[in-house]
Design a protein around this ligand. Structure first.
Ligand code: UT7
Length: 329
């Protein structure tokens, strides 16, 4: 291969996850709101979720996930010079939760910041970190998705409170030289989009500059559902076109885990075999920016995702925002 075509790739060195202690089943929710296990399972595939206790903040969960990712990568805090934390539920309005993770881990160099793209947060954060590493400004990143959505749910609104859960996942992403080929290890292509005209379909009704309160999540689920499949399949199609790959080349499809019906319909539309789908929505519910790294950690720990595998990530969420990341593991 021509020397001049060598490029920098961002290679995943390790993955980690952390979940709150408290497990809440659909049967538990039946005691809180007018719902049923049947309805939740049939409409979403969710069977249980974890809910954070008082001490389990977003940065606490993020730190635990990051520690596991560092251990899996065989790295220490001293190796990290960039932390990008995707969250819509930070510990405080400021400083960023990323800087709290930085301090908790003992990382003393480089930069740490939060990134907010709601459920697309992890694909946005991977894309941003990939560009930092490719530019040569930073060497090794922790990319984290961490959320405590239970704190912004209206626990009397059955149309939303049964859908979400809390958790965190992290990956260590390192700069490594590639050949500019799709056989290279690392992030191969990323595609991000947003369209702010969809605000009213999924939003939080409070914030520092408007109400001065944190607010609660509001969603027109049907409206979000109507757009989801088209949006995520568009950005996956972009990823295939940019790399000359097809659905058949994929080893694993690791989508945002909001609803099993959206996941299955997206896979079917693109001809991705059912056996290649990594699903964790039944265990975690929708954990927003944490859902993809939680699913990645599950599939790495159980031995499904292995080095050299071609892995497609995708998500869509509030904004709307949506995006895809294609990675050679
Ligand atoms: O993370 C990215 C953003 N989020 C998403 O991707 C979520 C996208 N949307 C969805 O996943 C689905 O639209 C939902 C799971 C939220 C809802 O499923 P649906 O099939 O679109 O149901 P629906 O909203 O049309 O509601 C159907 C019925 C309604 O009753 P009526 O009006 O038909 O009598 C609701 O009131 O189900 C009722 N319902 C419930 N029943 C029992 C709504 N929530 C519940 C509930 N338990 N928790």
């Amino acid at each position: 291969m021509n020397e001049s075509r060598k490029i920098w790739r961002s290679v995943v060195e390790g993955v980690g996850a952390a979940l709150p202690e408290r497990r809440v089943t659909n049967a538990d929710l039946e005691k809180m709101v007018d719902t049923s296990d049947d309805w939740i399972v049939q409409r979403t595939g969710i069977r249980e979720r974890r809910l954070a206790g008082p001490g389990e903040t977003t940065s606490v969960l993020a730190t635990k996930a990051a520690e596991k990712a560092l251990a899996a990568a065989g790295r220490t805090a001293a190796d990290i010079d960039l932390i990008v934390l995707a969250t819509s539920t930070p510990d405080f309005t400021f400083p960023s939760s990323a800087t709290q993770v930085q301090a908790a881990l003992g990382v003393t160099r480089g930069a740490a910041f939060d990134l907010q793209a709601v459920c697309s947060g992890f694909v946005y954060a991977m894309t941003v970190a990939d560009k930092f590493l490719a530019s040569g400004s930073h060497e090794r990143a922790l990319v984290i998705g961490a959320e405590t959505f239970s704190r912004i749910l209206d626990w009397e609104d059955r149309t939303t409170c049964v859908l979400f859960g809390d958790g965190a996942g992290a990956v260590v992403l390192a700069r490594a030289q590639g050949q500019g080929a799709i056989s290279d290890r690392g992030v191969l292509t990323t595609h991000l989009r947003s369209d702010g005209r969809h605000r009213e379909k999924l939003f939080v009704d409070g914030g520092p500059s408007t109400t001065g309160t944190v607010g609660k999540l509001r969603m027109s689920g049907k409206e979000v559902f109507r757009h989801a499949v088209g949006m995520v399949t568009d950005v996956m199609t972009d990823a295939f076109a940019a790399t000359g790959t097809t659905a058949e080349d994929l080893d694993w499809f690791v989508p945002h885990q909001a609803n099993e019906r959206i996941i299955d319909a997206s896979a079917e539309k693109l001809g991705i075999a059912k056996s290649k789908i990594v699903k964790t929505v039944h265990m975690h519910g929708n954990t927003s920016a944490a859902s993809i790294p939680l699913a990645l950690a599950t599939a790495c720990e159980d031995g499904r995702i292995k080095q050299g595998d071609l892995v497609m990530l995708e998500a869509m969420g509030g904004g709307f925002t949506w995006g895809s990341v294609l990675i050679r593991w």
